[in-house]
Design a protein around this ligand. Structure first.
Ligand code: CAA
Length: 285
């Protein structure tokens, strides 16, 4: 099938998955949101309601438009609901075994021409693609947090990707109002390869104790021009995700600046993963 992508599925409705649902629904696509239980699916609906509700209260979105966005989405724990989707994107936690199991299962549920995408930020897309009977129709579609706001989408390809599929996904990203960049599967792809070494270096600087976390963040924000300081940004991304990308980049490159700093490892081991757990470098209420 080569027609316009009209209906999409999103598997995994945490911060990234729910944000991706919002991006699709705002662009007028029908969306099937799937998570492991109806309770988790309903939690995803709650994320979308509060995110679009915030836009309504800021005067950025009409209430009728919010209702239209909400009406475009179905929330379920049933994979069969994905049968008519033109594209399905997975945004579950970064575990290769979980992801490959999902892709293998999807193969038996969706049409043979359906494109399968992963939002992975650190795992090998090639290994995910190889878990399906359609590796040429598997791409990465890597959104950035918060997905409804940030414009970049990395479209990740493998040695097996079909160029026509890649073009379709790039066109879709443009329809979503995003800026797609196409990059071959590689540790850190391109944006994280740039960003994560900066974050790791910032954490190592903080470890030395010669600057407070607030002043370090101000230096990164006001002095270097990032919208957020590096410690605040690490908390937003999730310290487990930052560590995971460090691990993958370091294993692939042996670049010492990508090695996960000791403090990052300790915070992750202590379960202080940033905003999503209520504390990381900072505390959140
Ligand atoms: N969902 C939806 N909308 C959101 C949002 C969210 N989670 N967070 C903020 N927004 C919206 C707000 O509603 C607001 O919209 P309007 O302008 O229409 O009113 C707009 O974004 C700006 O928000 P705020 O005024 O509250 O705050 P801000 O101006 O300080 O911006 C920010 C907040 C957008 C998060 C900004 O600080 C920023 O861009 N930070 C950098 C984030 C970044 O670099 N992310 C990439 C991380 S790397 C990654 O994700 C990849 C990986 O694999 C690790």
């Amino acid at each position: 099938m080569t027609g316009e992508i009209a209906q999409v599925g999103v598997i995994g409705l945490g911060t990234m998955g729910a944000g991706i649902v919002e991006v699709f629904a705002r662009a007028g696509l029908r969306v099937v949101g799937v998570d492991g239980s109806q309770e988790l699916a309903d939690r995803g609906r709650g994320f979308l309601e509060s995110s679009t509700g915030r836009a309504v209260s800021r005067g950025r979105l009409a209430e009728s438009a919010q209702q239209e966005i909400l009406d475009r989405v179905t929330w379920t724990a049933e994979y069969d609901a994905l049968a008519d989707c033109d594209l399905v994107i997975e945004a579950v936690p970064e575990r290769l075994d979980i992801k490959t199991a999902i892709f293998t299962k999807l193969d038996g549920v969706v049409r043979p021409d359906t494109v399968l995408a992963s939002n992975t930020s650190s795992l090998s897309l090639t290994e995910i693609a190889a878990a399906t009977a359609r590796p040429e129709r598997v791409v990465g579609m890597h959104f950035f947090n918060p997905a409804p706001v940030l414009k970049l989408v990395e479209v990740i390809t493998t040695v097996l990707s079909d160029d026509a599929v890649v073009e379709r996904v790039r066109d879709l990203a443009e329809r979503l109002g995003k800026k797609p960049v196409v990059v071959r599967d590689r540790a850190g792809f391109v944006a994280n390869a740039l960003l994560i070494t900066y974050l790791a270096r910032a954490i190592r600087t903080y470890e030395t104790g010669h600057v407070s976390r607030e002043d370090l963040d101000d230096a990164g924000r006001v002095g270097v021009g990032f919208p957020m300081g590096p410690l605040t940004l690490s908390d937003l991304i999730g310290l487990d995700v930052v560590k995971e990308v460090c691990d993958v980049l370091y294993a692939a490159t042996h670049d010492p600046s990508a090695a996960p700093p000791a403090l990052l490892q300790q915070l992750v081991a202590a379960g202080r993963l940033g905003r999503k757990t209520g504390s990381g470098f900072y505390d959140y209420e």
